[in-house]
Design a protein around this ligand. Structure first.
Ligand code: 3PG
Length: 320
């Protein structure tokens, strides 16, 4: 009987692991598709302000339809909710458009190598702007992240300052998005899919006038014609894919700096290098690997520290 229960528990654990594995694999796959189509579109239609607006518009439309067809329940929101959401939406908008501008100027892999440095921004902002102190290993784990990103940047063959700064600004903005979200949204009843829906809608309202001011319908119309003449009618599906997949992958975002997010960046970096035949120098790849290893160490720090402490205690006990 005990054996039977053990087998049942083991079976349940295995099923749970498969479920988690599928969940992560879906997240990474959706993210890869978004990044590939986003870059395919930007290569022939270099208007990142419009493509990032369209991603938010697609998400807003999908959610409006889901609410209208009762596929998702309509959230009850009041003015306080929208007020608290505003700074989150501003940061989300800046982070999103800055990343897209970056990808319009440099290789997707380069944007994501720099974006793998987001944990360093989080620690530095928390330390210097919020006065939060961290244990020494946290600061030490930033060294490979910052050093690796710097090495990857200086050895990047197609370096572009706007591309680099876009990814850096996106990192900073997303750190603030997390801070505002954690502080301002505490206790609010809207979460998950509906929270992201409201965020997309507010960001869309914020971004649209800026997109029109920076690029504008005239430029878009001419650019669209050129893109369709190069790619054919399928171009519209590329735009649709990048817009819809942006919303889809953002439905699955567990912990921002989790190991899952690092693996997500690795999937995007490798697949985009293969698909777009991005030239990579060995020293450039080394920089990326160091940065990603640093992010990995950072995300695993509590776990690693726990184990190191356990090993240390064991050594002391044996020694005594
Ligand atoms: C965007 O366009 O918003 C960024 O590419 C998102 O970056 P993420 O990988 O951090 O979601």
């Amino acid at each position: 009987r005990a054996l039977g229960i053990n087998i049942e528990v083991a079976g349940e654990e295995a099923a749970q692991k498969v479920k988690i594995g599928l969940y992560f694999a879906t997240w990474w796959a959706l993210n890869v598709v978004f990044n590939i189509y986003n870059k395919k579109v930007l290569n022939v239609f270099p208007y990142p302000w419009l493509t990032s607006t369209l991603s938010l518009a697609a998400g807003s439309l999908i959610m409006l339809i889901s609410w209208a067809t009762t596929l998702a329940h309509v959230p009850t929101v009041n003015l306080d909710f929208w007020k608290a959401l505003f700074p989150v939406a501003v940061a989300h908008t800046i982070g999103h458009v800055a990343a897209t501008v970056s990808m319009s100027k440099v290789a997707v892999s380069f944007t994501h190598i720099i974006k793998s440095g987001e944990p360093a921004f989080s620690v530095l902002v928390s330390r210097f702007l919020l006065g939060e102190a961290f244990p020494m290993p946290v600061y030490l784990s930033l060294m490979p992240i910052i050093g690796g990103c710097a090495l990857a940047a200086v050895t990047e063959l197609n370096f572009n300052m706007i591309g680099f700064m876009g990814a850096m600004i996106s990192n900073l903005a997303f750190v603030f998005r997390n801070i505002f979200s954690k502080k301002g949204m505490k206790g609010m009843s809207v979460s998950g899919m509906n929270y992201y829906a409201c965020l997309s809608m507010m960001s869309l309202l914020i971004l649209t006038p800026f997109a029109i001011a920076v690029e504008g319908p005239k430029v878009w119309a001419a650019g669209w014609q050129t893109a369709v003449s190069q790619i054919g009618p399928n171009f519209v599906w590329w735009v649709a894919a990048q817009s819809v997949f942006y919303h889809l992958y953002n439905q699955i975002s567990p912990l921002t700096f989790s190991i899952g997010n690092t693996m997500k960046r690795i999937s995007v970096i490798i697949s985009s290098i293969l698909i777009f035949h991005t030239p990579v120098q060995p020293v450039n790849a080394l920089g990326a690997a160091i940065a990603i290893l640093g992010t990995f160490l950072y995300s695993q720090l509590p776990f690693l520290l726990h184990h190191a402490l356990f090993a240390l205690s064991l050594c002391i006990i044996i020694f005594l």
